[in-house]
Design a protein around this ligand. Sequence first.
Ligand SMILES: Nc1ncnc2c1ncn2[C@@H]1O[C@H](COP(=O)(O)OP(=O)(O)O)[C@@H](O)[C@H]1O
Ligand SMILES: [Mg+2]
Length: 144
Amino acid sequence: MEKEITTRSPEETEQVAAELAAALRGGAVIALYGDLGAGKTCFIRGLARGLGVTRIVHSPTFTLINEYAGRLTLFHMDLYRIRDADEALDFGLDDYIFGDGLCAIEWAEKVETLLPPHTIRVTLKMFGDENTRQVEIADSGFSP
Ligand SMILES: Nc1ncnc2c1ncn2[C@@H]1O[C@H](COP(=O)(O)OP(=O)(O)O)[C@@H](O)[C@H]1O
Ligand SMILES: [Mg+2]
């Protein structure tokens, strides 16, 4: 299933993500694609809200991974600084993606070969004015 939504503010992008999160089960993996500033972290903020996470979500650019307690445990990864899938395996990425939380991965293209069949792919694109984004959600049809 593939969905395309246009959002006109960060709040709208968060809302789309929060609604998606509410429907997810443990073991879900969300791979995020899009340029710097496209809204990947913003989308993950919405996922957190949808899971009832109360802490503020910051990008884990230096730590690689942040963990948040919610209806499902949210693992927020930002792989901008890693080189390839081998480096991701070194820090145990597979333990997280085959765990029973919700994994949300920024710069997921770096670990494409490690992503399970039930991965939900979210692509964010800037277009039009500075507050407009196209959010494309591709659901594999598999479940975790
Ligand atoms: N419709 C929108 N959806 C998401 N972010 C938006 C939107 N419009 C403007 N923005 C802004 O774009 C930036 C997105 O940043 P961020 O989520 O950190 O991007 P990324 O993680 O992809 O680098 C934020 O400053 C946010 O306020
Ligand atoms: Mg980010």
